[in-house]
Ligand binder design. Structure first.
Ligand code: HEC
Ligand code: HEC
Ligand code: HEC
Ligand code: HEC
Length: 457
């Protein structure tokens, strides 16, 4: 990131703050947080290239992002801090390390979760002192700068009435308006990135498994922003479909990079790359649905690679760019076959997965810039629900992605004006079937997905 940060005097920033941050609406400008913000913003020792972290406290003044109710005096809601601290699990991310499950994991793994970087990388803003512009509380957990980037260079400029998003991005603000950048940011923690890893060892010690779908997880977070269209107007009602599609493409890319990392270093086979429930389901007798299905495509007993991040996406990728999707499909199959064989040449896995990540990377921009309309959404919903058997027998992880996917697509459809109570009810039925992963039943899931299909024209 390049920076053209000009040092400004405190006085200048303060006037700008008064104009943009509530002076007109009667907020008290002498708020201690505001003074602190100004002190940090004008600190002379900030290096030119990368910013430093200032902590969530610098955003929490009532005149900035700490309002109780949303306001309409500026471009943003101004109650982002309040939303985060009261309703967003990210504010609880550090506390979780001190609670019984976090502590139990600490005992099993022989580490102190509140001190170990192995945990803190994803559960807090835990950066070396040299990257902290001031002291802040690690107990803030996953806070503003975890997603918006170290702010020492843009926190001052961004409160000017004339502040422009792209200029702030040049100063280190993460461009979360760009869905592929946003997805990648979420996935650093919700899937993994270099140095940020939830592997089977952590999971066996008690860590929840990581699953993600951008549109569904955004709804749950809950968002502290209003999604806008390209010209600052309202976002189109099918924004959720775009978010789903970009999120899938980025997940696919990042999951391929992760399996490449796991193959390169660390224990292998790495069980967290496989379909968990092939090992963790209950043994239900002589004719289980898995035996009836006959282990298509792999040796009975080998746990298959978890390809859930491609199985749904391929329906869309095939429409957006069939040629590229064919290459992607072949490459994804290659990775799956190698990983599923349990004892592959690790270098071959790394090479195949890196190639698949490159192809997924090519797909991202195309998916992000594609057009989304109701016809396309309906086609996608029909295509996915028509693929019920393939999806269901691919395993519980794929069923989970499929459930979030049809839910997202349907909600977008309903927002755009075509709601249908029968579809809603059938999708709710899908959620029930993935509630207890180790009791997952392929044929039952397939039947329910066919019900969803039957409610669509
Ligand atoms: C790659 C990032 C990452 C790392 C590393 C990581 N976590 Fe997590 N952790 C997460 C995410 C993401 C969630 C939320 C998962 C979800 O609900 O989908 C989570 C959830 C948890 C939860 C459950 C929280 C709750 O409210 O129920 C606990 C406890 C936890 N982590 C402890 C730890 C401990 C202890 C470590 C270190 C040994 C650790 N985590 C390392 C990303 C990570
Ligand atoms: C888990 C990630 C995450 C965390 C934590 C987070 N944000 Fe956000 N925030 C986003 C995303 C994603 C958007 C939507 C994209 C955008 O508008 O930039 C957003 C949007 C915003 C916006 C609206 C920007 C605009 O131009 O409309 C503001 C203001 C904001 N966040 C402030 C905060 C503050 C203050 C905090 C801390 C109290 C915070 N955010 C914590 C992810 C996060
Ligand atoms: C710096 C790491 C990090 C980033 C970046 C991040 N998250 Fe999280 N997220 C976590 C952790 C850790 C938790 C678990 C917190 C807890 O339960 O205590 C979590 C929890 C959640 C939850 C609650 C899940 C549940 O089971 O209730 C949602 C939803 C979520 N994140 C969405 C997002 C979205 C959307 C983004 C991107 C805009 C994002 N996260 C970015 C680390 C992160
Ligand atoms: C190749 C088989 C295999 C795969 C795939 C696998 N595991 Fe495991 N898992 C094991 C084994 C073996 C143990 C250790 C059992 C023991 O020591 O008693 C274990 C332990 C666990 C435990 C702790 C067990 C307990 O009694 O509470 C959890 C939780 C867990 N795995 C979850 C997962 C999840 C989630 C995934 C997918 C991301 C997964 N596993 C993938 C074989 C597997």
């Amino acid at each position: 990131m390049v920076s053209t940060r000009k040092r400004m005097s405190c006085g200048y920033l303060f006037l700008a703050l008064l104009a943009s941050c509530g002076w007109a609406s009667g907020q008290t400008p002498s708020d201690a947080h505001v003074h602190e913000l100004l002190r940090v913003a004008s600190a002379p020792d900030v290096p030119a290239i990368t910013g430093k972290y200032v902590g969530a406290g610098s955003c929490s003044a009532s005149a900035c992002h700490g309002g109780i109710a949303p306001r309409n005096t500026t471009k943003v809601l101004q109650n982002e801090y309040s939303t985060w601290i009261t309703s967003d699990k990210h504010a609880h991310a550090y506390t979780a390390l001190t609670e019984p499950l976090g502590r139990q994991m600490g005992v099993i793994l022989k580490l102190d979760p509140t001190k170990a970087q192995r945990c803190l990388v994803c559960h807090a803003v835990s950066v070396p002192e040299a990257e902290q512009a001031r002291q802040f509380d690690i107990a803030d957990g996953v806070s503003c700068e975890s997603c918006h980037g170290a702010s020492s260079q843009w926190i001052g400029p961004h409160i000017q009435p004339t502040a422009q998003h792209q200029k702030m991005v040049a100063l280190g603000l993460i461009d979360n308006k760009n869905l592929s950048i946003r997805s990648e940011k979420c996935l650093t923690c919700h899937l993994g990135a270099p140095g940020l890893n939830v592997d089977h060892e952590l999971i066996a010690a008690g860590h929840p498994d990581l699953t993600f779908e951008l549109d569904s997880f955004t709804a749950v977070e809950p968002p502290h922003w209003v999604e806008k269209g390209p010209n600052g107007g309202p976002a189109d009602p099918l924004y959720g479909v775009r978010a789903w599609a970009v999120g899938q493409a980025v997940q696919l890319q990042q999951s391929m990079l992760r399996v490449a990392r796991h193959a390169k270093t660390g224990p292998w086979p790495e069980f967290s790359e496989m379909d968990c429930m092939t090992c963790h389901h209950a043994l239900t007798g002589p004719q289980s649905w898995r035996q009836q299905e006959g282990y298509k495509g792999h040796r009975p007993g080998d746990p298959p690679y978890n390809l859930s991040r491609y199985v749904l996406f391929k329906h869309f990728a095939a429409e957006v760019n069939p040629g590229l999707n064919d290459q992607l499909a072949a490459q994804a199959d290659k990775v799956a076959a190698l990983v599923t064989s349990m004892s592959p040449d690790r270098a071959a896995v790394e090479a195949a997965a890196t190639r698949a990540a490159d192809l997924a990377g090519e797909m991202i921009a195309q998916v992000r810039d594609a057009s989304y309309d109701q016809a396309r959404t309906q086609r996608l919903l029909r295509a996915i629900s028509s693929d019920a058997d393939m999806i269901a027998y691919d395993g519980e992880r794929t069923a989970e992605q499929a459930t979030m996917t049809v839910d997202s697509l349907y909600i977008a459809e309903a927002k755009a004006g075509s709601s249908n109570a029968a579809t809603r009810q059938a999708i709710d039925g899908l959620f029930k079937l993935v509630n207890n992963p180790s009791a997952y039943n392929g044929p039952m899931y397939a039947a329910q997905m066919k019900k969803v299909r039957s409610t669509l024209q």
